[in-house]
Ligand binder design. Sequence first.
Ligand SMILES: [Mn+2]
Length: 306
Amino acid sequence: MPTIRFTHDYDTACRLRDEGFEPIECAFGQYGSVLGPLELDHHGTESHREGVAIRACRDFYGARAADPRFVVTGTPDADAVLAIVALSGLVERDALQPAFYEVVARHDTDPIGMDLLASDEGVMLGWFNQRAGLSQSEKGFQAAVQAMVDLLQMGLDDADRAQVRRADLSRRRTALRGVLAIHDAQGQPLPVPEGAVDHPVCRGEAATEGAARVAVVQSAVWGFDQWYRLAPVVVSYASRIAKVTVGCPDLETAERLFGPGGLMRAWVALGRGWGGRETIGGSPRGERLPLTEAFQTAERLIEMLR
Ligand SMILES: [Mn+2]
């Protein structure tokens, strides 16, 4: 198994990189991104690059097999974890099929409007995302690497696939129960509509046709694909990690609402340590915030709407 060091700290990531650990998605908001020789990040100033799994699988298979040491931060998501598996050569090369790593890449950067239940590879990714205990820690990353190896080597049977489907439909309902408030462009509250699971996503021109602009949600499950049906800007509070995430469904919508660069302007305005991409990002890594911060973030975003 690879050696994985987890850190919330920019300087620690730099030090480990200098010792020869390859950083995987080591972005620290406005502190910047820590890059190793393979330049495996695509956040913030590195957002022009493709996802890390697609590059690791396609271009760098086995590149760290002889010295599998990695430094990571954040959540052990499929993109980072698949990159570690590919770089370390933990599975045969032909177990890394483009149809799978391309779904991982697309879901990592633009998951909205993408129904994972619509393809076999999507269901595989859904299975990985449903693994419990993939915490923001060294242990979480190790467990996630093992889950990814099992998935690639053994695949899923019919019972597994049916379970992924049931769990995802349940996740969608749970996500929509987590909506706390919806605001219009003046910050006035709007009622939360029923049956939002069937609404189209508020993106492109449709984003400014309705009254809703910013939704505030609190949820134990990932639900951006559902919340964008209610408003084109979502402020999400994750209770377990006490972190605020802000997102727009895509770049065009983000720029329509916030101007060129989309949410990049918002990260600067929200303060030190806030960061991410044009379409999604959040509060400083490793810092716990109260729920009230989600509502304050929504207010500040409403002031920034063009
Ligand atoms: Mn990624």
